[in-house]
Design a protein around this ligand. Structure first.
Ligand code: AMP
Ligand code: TRP
Length: 324
């Protein structure tokens, strides 16, 4: 099976990215052919700083290597270094109905969030994402829940293209984790944890001091009991999910463990658990930060190999569309 997924280099990795997506990547690379892309072109659609963008891209690469993506097993590359992505995006543009793009939840949310910068790239974002996936004749796309709608659009475009021009693209399957597909914001358990809202996040490389502070001040619900109840206790439920995934213990067991104990005790133990679990990632990251040449080499090799696959698909697409 071929796996493809992407992540934006817009900020640091948070535990939502990890539990919703990248933790699965690390597992999948053991037995599947994995291709992971740092999707820098997607990030240009919201306000960003060109001065430190290169640094962010490098940091994203380092973060993925630190959590266990192994260059011997997976292809890791930067989207803008494989020009076929933009080329296929244009071609798919011509078969994508504008109405489909306008009804995308992420487009609506980002348009609201960045009112002064509703650019065409923000609208066409899902087409670039479809190009990413379809170029590699992908079988499975592991993602968090927020990207499900974009995957539906990708499948629709692939089917439409195949119908119109003849069998070309493989129709990808979406893989969303059963638990952890939507980690909620620490400062508002009704919203998702999101890189574009730093106060909402616990970052993978936060210092122990910061972890304690963020977890202890995470917004929780009225009441006292540690019980999973999404409707009435979204805050505690979110923290229980995080606890459960990092400790590999079912929520039921945790409810028993914390029976009769208050929120403060629960949060204290969660913070200590996170400190222990995140420490190996932080250590690996420190080692990698000093090895820029090595990281760049991994990315260059990744781009080269990715391009070989992408080029073949693009050639077929152009031929089918009647281009020279
Ligand atoms: P992004 O940070 O938007 O580039 O997302 C990278 C990956 O992390 C995607 O597969 C998202 O679906 C996933 N993801 C982002 N935020 C969350 C969250 N709060 N909970 C679970 N998964 C998430
Ligand atoms: N849009 C995705 C996100 O923000 C990132 C992404 C870009 C992606 N291209 C992709 C994810 C292809 C999976 C497959 O999370």
């Amino acid at each position: 099976m071929r796996i493809f997924s992407g992540i934006q280099p817009t900020g640091q990795l948070h535990i939502g990215n990890y539990l919703g997506a990248t933790k699965q990547w690390v597992e999948l690379q053991k037995n599947q052919e994995c291709i992971f892309s740092i999707v820098d072109l997607h990030s240009l659609t919201i306000p960003y700083d060109p001065i430190n963008f290169q640094k962010k891209i490098m940091e994203t690469a380092i973060a993925h290597l630190a959590i266990g993506i192994e260059p011997e097993k997976s292809l890791l590359f930067v989207q803008s270094q494989v020009k076929e992505h933009t080329e296929l995006t244009w071609l798919l543009n011509t078969i994508c109905p504008v109405g489909e793009l306008q009804r995308m939840t992420q487009y609506k949310e980002k348009s609201r969030q960045f009112k002064k910068n509703i650019n065409a790239g923000l609208l066409n974002y899902p087409i670039l994402m479809a190009a990413d996936i379809l170029l590699y004749q992908t079988d499975i796309v592991p993602i968090g829940k927020d990207q499900k709608q974009h995957l539906e659009l990708t499948k629709m475009l692939a089917k439409k293209f195949n119908q119109k021009f003849g069998e070309t693209f493989k129709i990808p399957k979406t893989q969303i984790p059963k638990i952890g597909a939507k980690i909620m914001a620490l400062n508002n358990p009704k919203k998702k944890m999101s890189k574009s809202i730093p106060q909402s996040c616990l970052f993978l490389f936060d210092e122990p001091k910061t972890i304690r502070k963020k977890i202890m001040s995470a917004v929780t619900d009225t009441g006292k009991t540690i019980k999973y109840d999404l409707k009435r206790k979204p805050g505690i439920s979110n923290l229980l999910t995080i606890y459960s995934l990092f400790s590999e213990k079912p929520v039921k067991e945790l409810e028993k463990k914390f029976k009769g104990k208050g929120y403060a005790e629960f949060k204290k133990q969660l913070a200590e658990l996170l400190i222990v679990k995140l420490e190996p990632f932080q250590r690996k990251r420190k080692e990698l930060v000093a090895r820029e040449v090595y990281i760049k080499e991994i990315l260059n090799q990744g781009a080269k190999k990715a391009q070989t696959i992408a080029r073949t698909t693009l050639q077929q697409v152009k031929q089918k569309m009647g281009l020279l």
